[in-house]
Ligand binder design. Structure first.
Ligand SMILES: [Zn+2]
Length: 93
């Protein structure tokens, strides 16, 4: 691997490998799925393209509990999507 190669992660929706910075990371906090903030928390995360398609697929295929290796309360898809949007917004600033 080249030294300057960017780390890649697999989206749990479409299963595509992309650079980590192009994806949104999710964590379990108190048993509930949350979008991770700017500062990465330690532990296992689930990665997703900031796309409604990928979110739908991930929810349908139970990609979150699989990626996080634990049961997790997945919030309403609309609520999750708005969290993803504000996360993406904050990254642009
Ligand atoms: Zn994806």
């Amino acid at each position: 691997m080249a030294h300057d190669e960017k780390p890649t992660r697999t989206c749990i929706g479409c299963r595509t490998r992309r650079t980590a910075s192009a994806l949104v990371r999710f964590k379990v906090l108190g048993g509930k799925l949350v979008v991770e903030g700017r500062k990465l928390l330690p532990g296992r995360g689930a990665w997703l393209c900031p796309s409604q398609d990928c979110l739908s697929r991930a929810v349908r295929s139970r990609g979150f509990p699989r990626a996080l290796r634990q049961d997790v309360l997945v919030p309403d898809r609309a609520a999750l999507w708005s969290d993803i949007c504000s996360r993406v917004e904050s990254l642009r600033q």
